[in-house]
Design a protein around this ligand. Structure first.
Ligand code: SF4
Length: 351
């Protein structure tokens, strides 16, 4: 059973997933992997944002070589993403990839898959078997009268079987779809039938707006059911946004602690300060702190102090000014234009 507490423990570089280990956050670079400088720069930004594992596409020999160079300059495990060409999988592993992601369905003959597995076995490199609703085999589409959760699971179990038959079980599995509820159902079915850690994501989820909503709903349900060992939020946008969303999903579900949670009111006719602007600035500001606290940004002094009571630090807006509140206690009045600076000072000195 692939419920997170019972999955097989898998090592990816110096990270460990499965068997109840913490859920790790992944992302994927959108630079050309061959461009080592740009790729390393992006990975450093992702690392700083909280990315635990990074995946880079590896479509060419040059990209496979670049993986070796990139690895020297980053400190999180690197997964090579392979499609079609089994030689690229082998080249990526020879150049130090910590894991490879393949879809055995598009790698080709069993001999080619065997060559990839043999190379992984020699180096004890985990293989992520990825199945995607967009490339589900024709016979399964026909058998199930369309792309269905059952078809996706059968495809994944087939691929797992191929690799197990080659004597290898150092595996992670993913089944992805852009259809959120189909993806949920597929995970529920798969989790009952396989013991490998599951990498969970809603694929091609869309732009930062739509993708965040689809990912939050899909990952929220799946993770809350105890399924999923690593996650990725896929967005058509800066991958750093993927990390921010993933962290917030884990925090909202009470799965991961750490990071500042910002509570802000929706504003109403009582609001007399630029609360929306302030809340957005505060949300950006708190990304720089490694504190496990709540910060409330409330619009008025009527409900503000009460609603900010639950927070560790709060601001309640007045007319051109605001109250600084700590653990529900009003500390002092601050002019509106100094609210952000005072909050920053409080966070800098927070103990
Ligand atoms: S905290 Fe005040 S300003 Fe904000 S929504 Fe509530 S009543 Fe309105």
């Amino acid at each position: 059973m692939a419920f997170r507490d019972n999955t097989k423990v898998i090592h990816i570089g110096d990270r460990v997933i499965g068997g109840g280990n913490p859920i790790l956050i992944q992302s994927m670079t959108n630079t050309r992997t061959e461009d080592v400088k740009a790729t390393v720069e992006q990975i450093h930004r992702l690392e700083a944002a909280g990315c635990d594992i990074i995946r880079c596409t590896c479509p060419t020999e040059e990209a496979a070589k670049a993986i070796g160079e990139i690895k020297k300059q980053i400190s999180i495990p690197l997964v090579a993403d392979i499609h079609f060409d089994y030689k690229m999988a082998i080249a990526a592993m020879e150049n130090g990839a910590d894991k490879i992601r393949i879809n055995p369905g598009n790698i080709g003959s069993k001999d080619r898959i065997a060559a990839v597995v043999s190379c992984a076995k020699e180096r004890n490199i985990p293989i992520r078997v990825g199945v995607n609703s967009g490339s589900l085999e024709k016979d399964l589409v026909e058998k199930y009268h369309g792309v269905t959760a059952e078809g996706l699971v059968e495809s994944a179990l087939d691929k797992i079987g191929i690799i197990e038959d080659l004597g290898y079980d150092n595996m992670v599995v993913s089944i992805k779809s852009s259809n959120v509820m189909l993806c949920v159902k597929a995970h529920e079915l798969l989790a009952k039938q396989c013991a490998y850690p599951l990498h969970v994501g809603i694929t091609e989820a869309g732009t930062v707006y739509g993708g965040n909503i689809k990912s939050s709903v899909g990952l929220g349900i799946i993770l809350n059911e105890g399924i999923g060992d690593t996650i990725r939020v896929s967005l058509s946008g800066d991958p750093v946004e993927e990390i921010k969303t993933a962290k917030m999903i884990l925090r909202t579900l009470d799965i991961r602690k750490g990071g500042i949670e910002v509570i802000a009111c929706p504003t109403c006719g009582r609001t007399r300060i630029d609360l929306i602007g302030l809340a957005n600035q505060v949300e950006t500001l708190v990304q720089n702190y490694d504190l496990d606290i709540k910060v409330a940004v409330m619009g008025c002094a009527v409900n503000g102090p009460g609603e900010a009571k639950e927070a560790d630090i709060g601001i309640a807006g007045g007319d051109g000014e605001g109250l600084l509140i700590k653990h529900g206690e009003i500390i002092r009045k601050i002019p509106e234009d100094q609210l952000l600076a005072v909050l920053k000072e409080e966070l800098d000195n927070y103990r």
